[in-house]
Every structure is written in structure tokens, then in C-alpha cells.
Design a protein around this ligand. Structure first.
Ligand SMILES: NC(=O)c1ccc[n+]([C@@H]2O[C@H](COP(=O)([O-])OP(=O)(O)OC[C@H]3O[C@@H](n4cnc5c(N)ncnc54)[C@H](OP(=O)(O)O)[C@@H]3O)[C@@H](O)[C@H]2O)c1
Length: 269
């Protein structure tokens, strides 16, 4: 198994969930982690937990280019290289059509889509200097199959998937291997997945942050273009493409029942 020992890995959204798990696992593999997110207290806690030495953090809002430039500057000053950039920072945003739905869509795109592009832009020279190097964009199954009720989030992940697939071949020529990791339903702080965790059948649809972290590692060391987590979610794309009308009927039934359950959950609180 190729080793990540000594690799400089930048992880955005490292203060919780998938990013935090990934930072811990990379460090356990011998990598040196630079963790980025907005909550400094969480990043400080992470620093205490990371195995190994030489890690650092930088408080960053990835939706702001100036802060992303600060992060890249810190990594250059500290290590002079970047072997792996993991664009994981993201959030679901509001669902439905509140008054502020356009503002919500802009904010979601600014973090989930442009945040990743800002990081790639700011780290390009370091990634090129460190080539062969890797970029992992954490998209979503929602970036392949539209999830009803969260149109801005879905659009941001479709955008990230499309951008990555179009840009990857060109970056590969420069020795930068870009991958997509596409999680399904993973219970985390930002995505509690209550409707599924509380259901004795639907809970089998859930994956874990450990699985996503392992897929990110696989994408890096084996230069995988795409990793879906859990793997079998990949098959969901087949009915969606081959028999879209069957897909829509089944999906609407599942969504109706889970939305109903979510409404019930919020009433129960
Ligand atoms: N969990 C799932 O079911 C699921 C499924 C598919 C895809 N994903 C994707 O996986 C990624 C990680 O999500 P998660 O499930 O681990 O959720 P999470 O626990 O809420 O973690 C999200 C992370 O992103 C950071 N973040 C959010 N906005 C940011 C910003 N503007 N600048 C910098 N950092 C920001 C948060 O840190 P701060 O608040 O401290 O900034 C946090 O560390 C996201 O891109 C998400 O879309 C998750």
C-alpha cells in the first residue's frame, strides 16, 4: 500500500464530520495535516488529537478569496509545498423557498462550489511544485442525482462534479490528479440525517465518515477519478439514466415518506 508518510495534506472543513475524520486518519498514516475551517476552537482541539508532529491549522472561510490566499500563504511559509488538497468544506443551506432563497443559493454556491475553486486556484503553484500531487473534491451523490427539497445544494454539487470532470484531464497533464469523492447519506453535525437514523429500515442506507475518509485515501493513493460512498449508491444512477420515469416515481414515494417523517420529527421537538 503506498504510504502518505510526510505528505503535506490541506483539509478544508476539518473542524467536524468527514473533514475531521479524514484529518485524523491522514495523520495516523504519517501525513502532515494543515486543517482549515472557520471555528478556531474546534481546529485547536483537533491539533491536540492529531497523531504525529508538524501539523498546523489556519482559520479560513473558503467562500472568501482573501482568506483562502492567507491559507495558501501559510502552507507555503510553513512547508513550501502541498502534496494533497482536500476540498471538503460545505453545507446544506436552507431548503424550500424562504424569502431569502436567492441569497441562500449564492451563499451555498460561494462555499460549496467557488470555495473549492478558490482553493485550487490559490494552491495551484504549490501543487505543481509538489507534483505528482492530488486534489480531492468532496462532492455528493446529490451531485449526480437531484435531491428534491435542496435545490441550491444539489446545484452546487452538480457544478462541482461537472467542473471537476472537465478540468481533471488538463490538470493531470501538469501532474495534479483530481478526484471526486461522492458520499451518500452520512450522519454528521451538518447533515444529521435524522429521518434515516430514526428509521429501522432506512438506516441501512447510511454510510459513515470512516468510510468516506477511507475513500478519500483510496482516491489519493490510487488516483481514482471517482469514489462513491457507500459504493453501491453508484448503481442508483442506472435507473436514473435508463428509466428516468420509474426512477422519479420511486424517488417521489421515498421522499414523500421521509419529508413526512421530518415534519413529524420537528413537531415532536
Ligand atoms: N454528511 C453527508 O451526508 C454528506 C453527503 C454528501 C456530501 N457531503 C459533503 O461532505 C462535506 C463535509 O460535510 P460533513 O457531512 O462532514 O458536514 P459537517 O460535519 O457539517 O462539516 C462541514 C465542515 O465544513 C466546514 N465549513 C462549512 N462552511 C465553511 C466555510 N465557508 N469555510 C470553511 N469551512 C466551512 C465546517 O466548519 P466551520 O463551520 O468551522 O467552518 C465543517 O468543518 C461537505 O462538502 C458536504 O456537502 C456530506
Amino acid at each position: 500500500v503506498p504510504s502518505l508518510a510526510g505528505k503535506i495534506c490541506v483539509v478544508t472543513g476539518a473542524s467536524s464530520g468527514i473533514g475531521r475524520r479524514t484529518a485524523l486518519d491522514l495523520a495516523a498514516d504519517g501525513a502532515i495535516v494543515c486543517a482549515a475551517a472557520r471555528r478556531e476552537d474546534r481546529l485547536k482541539e483537533l491539533m491536540d488529537e492529531l497523531p504525529g508532529a508538524g501539523h498546523c491549522y489556519y482559520t479560513t472561510d473558503v467562500s472568501r478569496r482573501d482568506e483562502v490566499a492567507g491559507l495558501a500563504g501559510r502552507v507555503e511559509a510553513e512547508y513550501g509545498r502541498c502534496d494533497v488538497l482536500i476540498n471538503n468544506a460545505g453545507f446544506a443551506g436552507a431548503s424550500g423557498y424562504s424569502d431569502a432563497w436567492i441569497a441562500n443559493a449564492e451563499a451555498v454556491m460561494q462555499t460549496n462550489f467557488f470555495g473549492a475553486l478558490f482553493c485550487i486556484d490559490a494552491f495551484l503553484f504549490l501543487l505543481e511544485r509538489s507534483a505528482p500531487s492530488n486534489v480531492v473534491n468532496v462532492a455528493s451523490v446529490a451531485g449526480r442525482i437531484a435531491t428534491p427539497g435542496i435545490p441550491a445544494y444539489t446545484a452546487s454539487k452538480f457544478a462541482l462534479v461537472g467542473w471537476t470532470e472537465s478540468a481533471a484531464p488538463e490538470l493531470a497533464k501538469r501532474g495534479i490528479y483530481m478526484s471526486l469523492v461522492e458520499p451518500g447519506f452520512i450522519p454528521t453535525e451538518g447533515f444529521p440525517q435524522k429521518a434515516l437514523t430514526n428509521d429501522r429500515f432506512l438506516r441501512y442506507l447510511l454510510g459513515s465518515d470512516e468510510q468516506v475518509s477511507a475513500a478519500i485515501r483510496d482516491a489519493i493513493v490510487n488516483r481514482k477519478a471517482q469514489r462513491v460512498v457507500p459504493r453501491w449508491y453508484y448503481l442508483l444512477q442506472i435507473p436514473r439514466v435508463v428509466t428516468p420515469w420509474v426512477w422519479r416515481t420511486v424517488r417521489n414515494k421515498v421522499v414523500d415518506s421521509s419529508v413526512g417523517r421530518r415534519v413529524q420529527d420537528s413537531r415532536d421537538k
